[in-house]
Design a protein around this ligand. Structure first.
Ligand code: 26V
Length: 754
């Protein structure tokens, strides 16, 4: 290794000898080239059985530092770079972030790939090579603007490969090309992420913003991640994309089976396919189709495919459960229709209950129902989520197939969410625990022994302060804003959605603003931090961003408030921004309406980095609470049973709560106050105001009072620095459970059996 690293120094000197200036880009390229060579020297993981993790999203984030962590050369590389007069951050800034996902689901897939390779399990990822990832977010006039995000350039880690597959559609064939990226693990072996692209994509189809010609499927298929699906052309394009992904996947898997001599009638002995949400569901149909082409009868094909496929559900939100009109499928992928009808008939024989039908009475095809009927396993992503699936959302299926249902509580890669994003904390923990928590997460528990050791606690707090200072510098450079590293950092970063209730946090800000104006100054400045993208067509979500940006402006310009309260919105929140803000945060806002957040994974990242959760009894928050005990977490709000009852009885009326409480009324009214209307857009503010008053589908007003109280308690407790430090320590100590290595081991033991 030593000798090889010299190669990097030599190449840098070579540039200097030619009397040229060395740029950060040169250094990035030299290091990347070196690392690619090293990774390619490691063997591909091969075992008897192989997993294919198929997903429409892989929210990878930058790969440079993580790959260096996994190769075990990060600290050495940092030294070389610093010797040359650069910082590691500058070098890392050269890489463009592949934003091939929206949020939790895509980031989970990326963490899983990292764990699979690190556990030395044979498992590849399969997905799509979108030319434009999740849009880049800009703020203008306190509003979100979407800019196309072309993510790949010379800094990418992918290598182009030719393949000979042909994907059939109603009007002919489309041809793919393949981009491969090695996923290297610490055991010096690797798996591969395969992303398929359409051969003849035409980027010039992109018009203003993220608009483009949706009809030209033969040129636009892989242009965008999640193209807008508000019209028929957009929805059909989604079907085209999904089918392209699964057809390429199925052809690739069968090709590999042939090469390796796996017998097709025993394919389930060799292959397991994990279907990440319903976007790849058509792989079930495509496999059956291809097996039929190879001469199998429908029943035989169904049996083989059943043994191979397993499905993960990631949400109970009705609007997010995919159904496609039968007619759309017929128009786009007619070759699957015969199979869909056959499966539908078989399943209607099995169970006449309409709630389990594949094709419903409105001629809509329920993708999840295909997965559950045919797949061998159905899992939720946190305990409460799996329970709700079994008891409520999918209860008729659970009755039919009780043994298929299982829980796999999500996890996060400690290589990224500790070693990469917080090397200071990582190295310190490694030192005092005399063991590496990123490969043995359970050793973190030993930290409990230091719970009364003031020196350890002070060191954890020093690291936190250091991460805050780094972040403050970063934000000054990026957004030109001045922040105070001595403030308490109260952070809510995640996709913008009403169920996640950023609007409730906005009501807190209003509460605090009014309090401060009335003379109740907090002991320490509060820095409320947001990061969130709203789906471009999701009007109310954009209205919530608007309110938050308007509040930020009002507070910024009010000298009586700004020394005590600041609102900071991170522009274009993505994986790289998460890596910076999470280690700097004190409070982790996880305030979804109970029952709605399937798991959450941000909550785990904050916990590992020593932030304290302010959360509802939802998703994995419940498991965090159980691990740390109620004295080390701040929980509030109505529980999931109460919420589910309200939905069932249709008896939640936000206006009643508004009218019954002067406090709530004052907060909600502020949204349309004169000073808000002065800085904001009237239409947008009034729309959100009315939404909260007349609908409030995600019950903000149900929990807002308890939320405010709970946060106030938390801010008070923060001043007891030792007590807070102890809470930090306990949270870090108990976070080992949330390593995605644990999650992957569970998948492997119960489902994959590699
Ligand atoms: C999708 C959509 C699409 C249409 C409009 C509204 C909407 C709302 C939510 C979704 C969620 C898609 C699935 C998803 O990303 N689920 C997330 O998966 C994470 C990993 O399991 C989990 O931690 C999050 O709680 C869950 O929301």
């Amino acid at each position: 290794m030593e000798k090889n690293l010299d190669m990097i120094v030599e190449q840098i000197s070579k540039i200097k000898k030619e009397n040229k200036k060395v740029y950060t880009k040169d250094v990035y390229e030299i290091i990347q080239k070196y690392m690619k060579l090293e990774i390619n020297k490691t063997p591909v993981i091969e075992q008897e059985r192989k997993l294919y993790y198929i997903s429409a999203e892989f929210l990878l984030g930058k790969m440079l530092t993580c790959n260096a962590v996994n190769l075990g050369i990060l600290e050495d590389l940092k030294k070389i770079v610093e010797n040359e007069g650069f910082t590691w951050d500058e070098i890392q800034d050269e890489e463009k972030e592949p934003s091939l996902g929206n949020g939790g689901l895509g980031r989970l897939a990326a963490c899983f790939l990292d764990s699979i390779a690190n556990l030395n399990l044979a498992g590849d990822g399969i997905g799509l090579y979108y030319h434009f990832g999740l849009f880049e977010q800009k703020f203008k006039d306190n509003k979100q603007i979407e800019v196309p995000n072309k993510w790949f350039d010379t800094t990418s880690w992918f290598t182009k490969k030719d393949v000979l597959f042909k994907v059939p559609y109603k009007n002919g064939y489309l041809e793919p090309i393949l981009y491969d990226m090695e996923i290297v693990g610490r055991q010096h072996t690797h798996n591969i992420l395969h992303l398929f692209d359409l051969k003849n994509v035409d980027e010039s189809l992109v018009r203003e913003g993220i608009e483009f010609d949706k009809q030209a499927v033969d040129k636009n298929l892989t242009l965008f991640l999640y193209p807008d699906d508000s019209d028929e052309a957009g929805r059909k394009l989604r079907i085209y994309q999904q089918y392209f992904m699964v057809s390429c996947a199925a052809q690739m898997i069968l090709e590999e089976a042939d090469q390796r001599g796996w017998k097709i009638d025993e394919l389930d002995q060799y292959v397991v396919v994990q279907i990440n949400d319903t976007h790849p569901t058509m792989i079930i149909l495509e496999f059956i189709r291809l097996l039929k082409e190879r001469g199998f009868m429908l029943n035989q094909a169904m049996k083989i495919v059943s043994g191979m496929c397993a499905y993960t559900n990631h949400t109970i939100l009705a609007e997010a459960l995919e159904t496609w009109p039968y007619s759309y499928l017929k128009d786009t992928v007619p070759q699957l229709i015969e199979i869909i009808e056959a499966l539908d008939a078989v399943m209607k024989e099995r169970n006449s209950n309409p709630s389990t039908a594949i094709i419903d009475e409105n001629q809509n095809v329920h993708m999840a129902h295909i997965d559950i009927h045919i797949g061998k396993s159905v899992n939720g992503v946190a305990k409460i989520h799996t329970d709700i699936l079994k008891e409520t959302e999918l209860k008729d299926f659970y009755k039919m197939y009780p043994t298929k249902f299982n829980n796999k509580t999500n996890g996060i890669s400690f290589r990224r969410w500790l070693c990469t994003c917080n090397p200071e904390l990582y190295l310190y923990l490694k030192k005092i625990l005399k063991n590496d928590p990123s490969s043995n997460p359970n050793v973190l528990k030993r930290l409990i022994m230091f719970a009364d050791d003031e020196e350890v606690i002070r060191t954890l707090q020093k690291i936190k302060l250091h991460k805050k200072q780094e972040w403050v510098k970063h934000m000054k450079k990026k957004q030109g804003i001045d922040l105070n590293p001595n403030a308490i950092f109260d952070t809510q970063v995640k996709r913008l959605h009403e169920y996640k209730r950023q609007q409730m946090n906005a009501l807190y800000i209003i509460y605090k603003l009014l309090k401060i104006r009335r003379g109740w100054k907090p002991q320490r400045p509060i820095q409320v931090i947001f990061g969130a993208k709203a789906a471009p067509a999701y009007t109310i979500a954009k209205d919530i961003i608007h309110v938050l940006l308007c509040l930020a402006e009002i507070i910024r310009n009010d000298a009586s408030v700004s020394p005590y309260l600041q609102v900071c919105f991170i522009e274009n929140y993505n994986v790289s921004e998460a890596e910076k803000v999470i280690p700097a945060s004190d409070i982790s806002e996880q305030i979804s309406l109970a029952s709605k957040e399937a798991s959450g994974t941000g909550n785990m990242k904050f916990m590992l980095n020593g932030a304290i959760t302010l959360g509802t009894n939802d998703g994995a928050n419940i498991e965090i609470a159980k691990l740390v005990g109620k004295e080390n977490i701040y929980t509030f709000g109505k529980d999931s049973n109460t919420v589910i009852e309200h939905y069932k009885n249709c008896d939640y009326v936000s206006k009643d709560l508004y009218e019954q409480s002067d406090e709530i009324k004052e907060l909600v009214d502020f949204i349309v106050s004169d000073e808000m209307l002065e800085v904001g857009n009237q239409e947008s503010l009034i729309r959100l105001y009315r939404e909260i008053l007349n609908k409030d589908w995600f019950m903000t007003l149900l929990d807002v009072e308890e939320y405010i109280q709970c946060k106030e308690q938390m801010l008070n407790d923060y001043e007891n620095r030792l007590k807070w430090g102890k809470m930090m320590l306990k949270n870090i100590a108990m976070s080992g459970f949330f390593s995605s290595d644990r999650t992957i081991n569970e998948y492997n033991e119960d489902i994959w059996k590699i």
